[in-house]
Design a protein around this ligand. Sequence first.
Ligand SMILES: Nc1ncnc2c1ncn2[C@@H]1O[C@H](COP(=O)(O)OP(=O)(O)O)[C@@H](O)[C@H]1O
Ligand SMILES: [Mg+2]
Length: 233
Amino acid sequence: MGTLELREVSKHYRSASETVRAVDEVTLTVSGGEFVALYGPSGSGKTTLLMLAAGLIGPDSGSVSFEERDISAFSERDSARYRMSDVGFVFQSFHLMPHTSALDNATIKLTGAGHTLREARRLAQPWLERVGLGDRLEQTPEELSMGERQRVAIARALANEPRLLLADEPTGNLDSKRSREILLLMRDICHERDIPGLLVTHDPDAIRMVDRVHTLRDGHLLDGLDPELAALS
Ligand SMILES: Nc1ncnc2c1ncn2[C@@H]1O[C@H](COP(=O)(O)OP(=O)(O)O)[C@@H](O)[C@H]1O
Ligand SMILES: [Mg+2]
């Protein structure tokens, strides 16, 4: 069973005039089978924290580990392999390939992991169907709505059967019914496969669909839902 563990992790951005403590001394454990949300307003450090968990950036101090391997000590190559084969990452800005069908966008990690395109398409298609895009397989991102693009990004993240699910505002462009369905799908996957899932969001509805909520505020992690923030929502 895989566990994602952040221990006293800090990431600060320094410029000539100021230091932004984007993530500050965060300690968090997400065990296999748990779908956890970090709730926080814009600028609270959500994306930075997910990038640390994905090994896209390294911490200034503290450690990030997955399945007891220290992500922060990975070589470039091991880090890329970790993202390719272990992590399913739903990016806030989707990062879809332009002029490329939804189906082929969803195959990218599968072909990267060595499947033929034909095999990758066969594996990816059911995930597009599960996110409600069975009739949009051949559309390119330019032909899809923002919500549909978001769902392609979700199908892509799930298609390689990740051992860790990371999602950055995955419901930001979805209506409430679709949000609920997508979050239930993610939660079910975490439960069924016994993998850790970490969702960051400022959507107050999203946090109703998870097993546990923490609040992120100015880079600090607080247990549970910050009552002040909850009152705003
Ligand atoms: N590459 C960067 N360089 C400088 N500051 C950054 C960078 N990325 C994020 N920040 C700052 O760090 C803080 C947290 O940002 P971010 O992690 O994107 O928060 P969120 O995803 O919650 O909106 C913000 O103040 C943001 O401006
Ligand atoms: Mg963000």
